[in-house]
Write a protein that binds this ligand. Structure first.
Ligand code: SAM
Length: 240
């Protein structure tokens, strides 16, 4: 067989030997020690109500970076009912302040209730999780504390990420970590745009544009991971 033919065969063999992501997910879930009761309860409640929240693999990824970065300020885009904000608060150092943005009024209301019930405040009684209600594209512009967030979690409408990116970079501290969830969109991002249904083409194009923007952005160093529904981990370079 020609050299090229060998390469193709090698690739097929490697692909055949690749771990099945669904089985990988089962293994990771089975190996991960359960979190505290209040997070388990909230997770079950959200899943039964059909609220999309971070999957176990993404939880592990976030936990890992919370341990590495030990952030004192986190910005989250996409609160839903507050599961991931409370999750981050649980594993972040004491006193870490979290700003989280949600545009759906019903979800924002539920999240506020969950923060009151399960959130940790300061001794002064100040809440450490602050919810901003409204469209992130607008609200992000209003946050003026440039370069002050050590971690940023992007988990809102996937087609909007590209719009949030300039403010996300502005707000991230040098050395700060931004995690973007669901970059693979259930695998659709791996397919050509022609293989995607017409309805999903815009979001497919926007997500591809977002991934390209992350990879080409000189102020960021980005790693794309097949974790969960795909995640991008970007670090804002410290010496710009
Ligand atoms: N991070 C949450 C968790 O894991 O518990 C899940 C967030 S859910 C996947 C995405 C949320 O982003 C939805 O509740 C949706 O209403 C909100 N969202 C979508 N577009 C938004 C926007 N432009 N501004 C603010 N929130 C938005």
């Amino acid at each position: 067989m020609s050299g090229d033919g060998d390469k193709v065969m090698d690739r097929y063999e490697r692909e055949a030997a690749m771990p099945d992501p669904a089985r990988m997910e089962v293994l990771i879930e089975a190996m991960t020690p359960p979190g505290p009761d209040h997070l388990q309860g909230l997770e079950q409640e959200a899943l039964s109500a059909g609220v999309p929240i971070i999957r176990p693999q993404t939880q592990n990824l976030i936990r890992f970076f919370l341990a590495v970065k030990r952030p004192s300020r986190i910005l989250e885009i996409g609160t839903a009912v507050g599961f991931s904000a409370l999750f981050m608060q649980h594993y972040a150092p004491a006193g870490c302040r979290i700003i989280t943005i949600e545009k759906d009024p019903g979800r924002a209301e539920q999240a506020r209730g969950n923060f009151r019930k399960f959130g940790k405040g300061e001794e002064s009684g100040r809440e450490n999780i602050v919810l901003m209600e409204g469209d992130a594209a607008q609200l992000l512009r209003e946050i003026r504390e440039d370069a002050s967030f050590d971690m940023l979690f992007m988990d809102a409408a996937k087609g909007q990420y590209i719009r949030f990116l300039p403010d996300a970079i502005r707000l991230l501290a040098p050395g700060g970590i931004m995690i973007t969830d669901n970059i693979l969109q259930e695998g659709e991002i791996l397919s050509s745009r022609f293989a995607v249904t017409r309805r999903n083409r815009t979001i497919h194009a926007r997500m591809r544009a977002y991934i390209r923007a992350l990879m080409e952005e000189e102020r960021l160093e980005t790693l794309l991971l097949p974790t969960g529904d795909g995640a991008a981990v970007s670090m804002k370079k410290a010496n710009l």
